[in-house]
Design a protein around this ligand. Structure first.
Ligand code: PAF
Length: 282
């Protein structure tokens, strides 16, 4: 496994693969890898000749109140896991190279609409930061395919929209959420939970799964269902941020003609903000 820090070296490696006719798959990450990331790598390996995983903690997607410095950095352990999986290249660019003209001067990519709703409303500027870094990484790695977790459902929709809008020449694939045995979606943020919070955490998924069952059984009184779930979450010890039922493709409020729905949820346990979602096909 090669570790490449330099952007030019990454381009050179990419050029060699291309000459060889290799299909290149890419898994962008911010490191602190868990089984969810490794699932993305597995999917990438199954559908490509070579796999690049990037590790870059992107300052542009953190809000002023979100602690960029506290984000867990576990490079050595990340490298070991990726090496064991037989990943070809780990790309670890430096912030000073990625944002060489400074964050203030950085050209950005913004997907309107999708970026401002739901999580975007709670975290202004977040999806602009995500779209910008993902666009830049795509330009550096120039993959044929890229893999993202469905846990970050809105992020996946933003990236798909960006790729369509900017006519980017690659396929975007979503990979189902990897869960702990008690249902909790795997996330780097789970590491912030206290033992007590960790016991409560699976109730987020349990509550929205139950809500999904009601919708599958025909209930359409979404507002009532949402307030019931919020009340359950408060009782369990969460501070709900949002619970939404949306059309899965557009993330707009669903109409009667929408059969592909998604329940999107975010809730705080102490200072840790957990997100999750359940897709529903009626
Ligand atoms: O999902 C993530 O880990 C990040 O948002 C991503 C896509 C790597 C961009 O920094």
């Amino acid at each position: 496994m090669k570790i490449i820090e330099d952007i030019m070296a990454m381009r050179e490696q990419r050029r060699k693969w291309q000459l060889n006719g290799d299909v290149i798959a890419f898994v962008p990450t911010m490191g602190n890898l868990h089984k969810g990331h490794l699932k993305l790598v597995e999917h990438a390996q199954r559908h490509a000749d070579v796999v690049v995983v990037s590790i870059f903690v992107n300052p542009l997607q953190f809000g002023p109140d979100e602690d960029l410095d506290a984000y867990p950095r576990t490079l050595k352990n990340d490298f070991d896991q990726l090496e064991a999986m037989g990943v070809d290249v780990v790309f670890t660019p430096l912030a000073s190279d990625i944002y060489s003209r400074g964050l203030e001067q950085q050209t950005f990519v913004e997907v309107p609409g999708l970026s401002y709703m739901i999580c975007g409303a709670s975290r202004p500027g977040h999806f602009r930061g995500v779209a910008t870094i993902v666009c830049k990484l795509f330009n550096m790695v120039q993959p044929n395919k890229a893999y993202f977790g469905e846990k970050d459902f809105q992020q996946l929709q933003v990236i798909k929209a960006m790729v369509t809008d900017l006519s980017m020449n690659l396929e975007i694939h979503g990979v189902p959420t990897e869960r702990e045995s008690d249902g909790l979606a795997m996330s780097s943020r789970n590491g912030y939970l206290t033992t007590e919070q960790r016991q409560i955490a699976p109730q987020l998924f349990a509550c929205i799964s139950e809500m999904a069952d009601h919708i599958i059984q025909g209930r359409r009184d979404f507002s009532l269902l949402i307030s019931q779930v919020k009340a359950e979450l408060v009782d369990a010890g969460f501070k709900p941020d949002y619970i939404e039922v949306r059309a899965a493709n557009s993330l707009l409020q669903p109409g009667h003609e929408d059969y592909d729905l998604v329940i999107l949820a975010a809730a705080f346990l102490g200072k840790t903000r957990l997100i999750d979602n359940v897709q529903i096909r009626l």
